[in-house]
Design a binder for this molecule. Structure first.
Ligand code: PLP
Length: 402
């Protein structure tokens, strides 16, 4: 009991009333894409997992994780700049840089931590070098950790409409005479919408306005681009790529990739890198194995995209709103929070897990079921999904409470 429990209680009641309260419900992984819910042991096919290539249970990831734990210990003992840097951290950073076609890379304990701490470090560069605050142009649907990185730095974001690059240009043009370094920040595949940013055009705009292009590739890495490189790698891509190992790469942790000087600057200025214990050997082992496996998965990537295209078309033919999705992430936008929760429950009753995503994760009145297709889904699972969604679509169109 704390002296503020009555405040916590009232705040939670407020969320309940708006159907926005979140609760933790545990799961146990079963074979393939199946999981069982801890609450009732119900067996469900998981369409909410970000384990897009099924690597989280891959034998090589487990083996190397175990091997490097045996060789280097469980913990990494210190932060990277103290005595926490092992040869395996440096090796994996080289592999990330190679995958992304960049000079250098740095590992971070999580994607959230990377965005939340790298952005403030970059923005400080503007103040230090020009004496003026950074001008930060952000897509309206960027991830919460990007917003946090901006607000932690006291930056007022100049937000452009989602994926609307003419609007971005207008905003850049409007600020043309204002001093300060310019940053453009976007995701390459949007986590809740499954649509893609046009990196080529963003690069041209960034060059025209001498802006630094920062791209979060959390959901593209592993799945899209050559060898799963993502969409923003190479010389014509982003200035800084941020990405995670926690999704298609099946493990945990994150990275940024860019120029050597950029990485050297972050080693000297980024609090999330400097003041945090180095990633443990078990995780580095899994990261290393995932990076080795990635180039061998072209067939899986192709199949994943084909299957996702098929499911999206099926949903659309049922009159469901899949937004602008063009990837393995397929939202079905329902709108109302209560109806979204009901729809998720209907699916659960039919053995399908698709979590109801509600504000503030998505904009107001844009509640949705978010389906992530993975390599672990087989034809029978996808057919069952289609069958169940047909029934749900009929309910939606009948105008029932869903
Ligand atoms: C676009 C995006 N960026 C960053 C993150 C944070 O990554 P992590 O889960 O590694 O903290 C996520 C994950 O939820 C994400 O979807």
């Amino acid at each position: 009991m704390t002296c503020f429990d009555h405040h916590f209680y009232q705040a939670l009641i407020g969320l309940d009333q708006k159907k926005l309260r979140r609760t933790i419900s545990g799961i146990k992984p079963e074979e393939g894409a199946m999981i069982s819910a801890l609450s009732d042991n119900e067996l469900l096919c998981d369409f909410s997992s970000n384990d897009y290539l099924g690597l989280s249970s891959h034998p090589l990831l487990k083996e190397r994780s175990q091997l490097w734990t045996d060789q280097f210990g469980v913990g990494s003992r210190a932060s990277r700049l103290v005595s926490g840097t092992l040869p395996i951290h440096l090796e994996v950073e080289k592999k990330v840089a190679l995958l992304k076609g960049k000079e250098a890379a740095l590992l971070f304990p999580s994607g959230w931590q990377a965005n939340a701490s790298v952005l403030p470090a970059l923005f400080r560069l503007s103040l230090e070098q020009t004496g003026h605050k950074a001008l930060v142009f952000t897509d309206k649907l960027n991830h919460a950790s990007i917003h946090l990185g901006c607000s932690a730095a006291g930056i007022k974001q100049i937000r452009f409409r989602h994926n609307d690059l003419p609007h971005l240009e207008q905003l850049l043009e409007k600020q043309k005479q204002v001093n300060g370094l310019r940053f453009i920040i976007t995701e390459s595949v949007f986590s809740m919408d499954g649509d893609q940013a046009d990196i080529g055009t963003l690069r041209q705009i960034a060059d025209k306005y001498n802006a630094f292009l920062y791209v979060d590739e959390a959901h593209a890495t592993g799945v899209l681009g050559e060898n799963g490189q993502g969409l923003a790698g190479g010389a014509n891509g982003a200035d800084l790529i941020m990405g995670t190992f926690s999704k298609a790469l099946g493990c945990f942790g994150a990275y940024i990739a860019g120029s050597t000087l950029l990485c050297d600057w972050l080693v000297n200025s980024c609090s999330g890198f400097i003041y945090s214990t180095a990633i443990p050997p078990s995780v580095i082992g899994a990261m290393d194995a995932a990076l080795d496996i990635l180039p061998t998965l072209s067939k899986e990537r192709k199949q994943l995209i084909e299957r996702s295209n098929h499911i999206r078309k099926e949903f659309q033919s049922m009159g469901l709103d899949t937004g602008l999705s063009s990837t393995h992430i397929i939202p079905v936008v329902i709108g109302n929070n209560e109806a979204t929760l009901l729809a998720a429950q209907r699916l659960k009753d039919e053995g399908i897990l698709a979590i109801a995503i509600r504000p503030p994760t998505v904009p107001l009145h844009a509640g949705r079921l978010r389906f992530a297709i993975t390599s672990l889904h087989n034809d029978a699972m996808l057919e069952h999904l289609s069958h169940v969604m047909k029934k749900l679509a009929a309910e939606i169109h009948r105008g029932s409470s869903i």
